[in-house]
Design a protein around this ligand. Structure first.
Ligand SMILES: Nc1ncnc2c1ncn2[C@@H]1O[C@H](COP(=O)(O)OP(=O)(O)OP(=O)(O)O)[C@@H](O)[C@H]1O
Ligand SMILES: [Mg+2]
Length: 501
């Protein structure tokens, strides 16, 4: 495929000479003395290089270069100038020209500068491509995000109008991500994707309007599992370079997809294994901890009898530390076997107050406001306060921990006598969460805090679930988080067939 060069000079003699010489060097030349015609050409054809005269009437070369760059931002431009105007040529380079050529042209200089400009175009494209792909690979995680980055990267590196990533799901091609303008025709893109997958190589089709569709298979494991399809609608013919570029890009995209698959698999597998191990370890710790607590109490009593007040204090510290450890262990083992609820009449508001005052005492951030808006109609109800305390304490603590000085935490309740349900809303004006954090918030051991265990939300949800309720979260990064807990005040009815027997 010949490289395309645009030549613009208001001196027709120079236009002719250059056209002849560049043709002889093997380039595909569009040469004109009319700047408007040059702009029109740049609208319809993608060039690899432009040679533009500096001094032209009425448009000067720099203005024309800027107009062309408006259409093809990365097109290298060589500005042509006579000897007297080197300074302006330097200015042209500062404004985006790749280099300048002095008239009259020396054959070697012409050849060398053109070769260098063409190479730079390729190099710039390669560099950008690698950068985009690198970023894609680095952004491990959520598949949808990886595919979006792939589509976006493909549009940017190939200068196509749009890109769609298809994946084969249950025998059907499903568009998973897209970038650029919406396609005028989906079937055309789908057909190209199917053809590329069958062939196992990039394919080119005429576009639905005037352009072209290029599709490259996405080979993730053994065979193609989808395709990367780009479309150009500007009468641009993709050349071999473009096909090669897309093939490379799609193979990199496939690596990203595979990595994400593997990571997701690993993450859930590892989490499950970690959860099992933690439960086992916790179980093994339970009895020795009970023993340790007994010895510490013993020690405390003996030291007390001997009148050693300092020793008694130390022994008490051991006891309370052991109690704390036992509580953690209890929490971890709870995952192996969800606790049975021990319901007793309790007040939701008293429980919330208790959690708030404990959490506020723990929180070190200054200047924090805490608001309560309780619905006085909310009655006492049979609840497991011990379990619910863990849940609400964590929700309130999370809210407070998310706040910066000057932040606000609001706890609201609302009672519906019709459904006998209380809705508790815990809202903070804190850091909020990214989509990724939000997506993993209930994962065991997922935490973004240096001292966090990442168990809080998982515990909270399981406790609310056990009560037959529902916990939902809304969060905006940088703005804050709202947690809704819908809690039925009656135990759920016994399973069908159990009642009235
Ligand atoms: N209100 C909130 N605002 C911002 N991020 C939150 C909020 N609540 C939870 N998160 C995010 O979710 C993560 C998991 O929360 P979770 O309560 O499960 O664990 P943790 O608070 O990190 O540790 P711990 O087990 O001690 O509670 C937190 O690390 C934090 O990134
Ligand atoms: Mg927490």
């Amino acid at each position: 495929m010949k490289r395309k060069i645009l030549v613009v000079d208001d001196d027709t003699a120079i236009v002719e000479v250059l056209e002849m010489r560049l043709n002889a060097m093997g380039y595909d030349v569009t040469a004109t003395a009319d700047p408007q015609a040059a702009i029109a050409a740049a609208d319809g054809t993608r060039f690899d290089l432009a040679l533009i005269d500096l001094r032209m009437e009425p448009t000067d070369g720099i203005a024309l270069m800027e107009a062309v760059h408006g259409r093809q931002p990365r097109l290298p431009v060589l500005i042509m100038t006579a000897h007297g105007t080197i300074e302006t040529a330097v200015d042209a380079v500062q404004r985006g020209a790749f280099d300048y050529l002095t008239k009259p042209f020396l054959r070697d200089e012409l050849r060398a500068k053109i070769a260098r400009a063409l190479a730079s175009r390729r190099w710039a494209r390669d560099r950008e491509r690698l950068l985009t792909v690198g970023q894609t690979l680095a952004s491990s995680g959520i598949m949808a995000r990886v595919l979006d980055a792939v589509a976006q990267g493909a549009v940017e590196t190939t200068e196509a109008d749009r890109c769609v990533v298809f994946q084969l799901e249950h025998g059907r091609l499903v568009p998973m991500a897209s970038a650029g303008s919406p396609p005028p025709s989906w079937p055309a893109l789908e057909a190209a994707a199917a053809a590329a997958m069958t062939k196992g190589l990039p394919v080119t089709f005429p576009g639905s309007e005037t352009g072209a569709i290029v599709a490259a298979p996405l080979v993730v494991q053994k065979g193609p599992t989808g395709a990367l399809v780009i479309e150009t609608a500007r009468g641009i013919e993709p050349n071999e370079d473009d096909l090669e570029l897309l093939a490379l890009f799609s193979s990199q995209a496939a690596v990203a997809v595979r990595t994400t698959h593997e990571l997701e698999g690993l993450r859930s597998g590892a989490l499950a294994a970690l959860g099992r191990m933690a439960t086992q370890v916790a179980h093994e710790l339970k009895n020795p901890l009970a023993g340790l607590r007994l010895y510490a109490r013993h020690l405390e009593q003996r030291l007390g009898k001997g009148g050693d007040a300092e020793g008694v204090g130390l022994a008490q510290k051991i006891t309370s530390t052991v109690d704390h450890l036992a509580a953690v262990v209890q929490e971890i083992t709870a995952f192996g076997r969800p606790p049975e609820l021990h319901r007793a009449p309790a007040s939701v508001h008293a429980l919330l107050d208790e959690c708030l005052s404990f959490a506020q005492a723990k929180c070190e951030t200054p200047d924090i406001e805490v608001f309560r808006a309780y619905d006085a109609a909310c009655p006492t109800a049979p609840l497991d306060v011990r379990e619910l305390r863990k849940a609400f304490l964590n929700l309130v603590l999370n809210g407070l921990e998310a706040l910066a000085p000057g932040g606000r935490l609001t706890v609201t309740t609302g009672y519906s006598s019709e459904t006998r349900t209380v809705t508790i809303v815990i809202e903070d004006t804190g850091v909020g969460m990214s989509e990724e954090t939000l997506g993993r918030i209930f994962d065991l051991f997922f935490t973004t805090k240096p001292q966090g265990t990442g168990l809080g939300m998982a515990v909270a949800r399981s406790v609310v679930d056990l009560h037959g309720g529902e916990l939902t979260i809304h969060s905006t990064l940088g703005k804050g988080t709202r947690v809704n807990v819908r809690l039925p005040l009656e135990p759920p009815p016994p399973p069908a067939g159990g009642a009235g027997a």
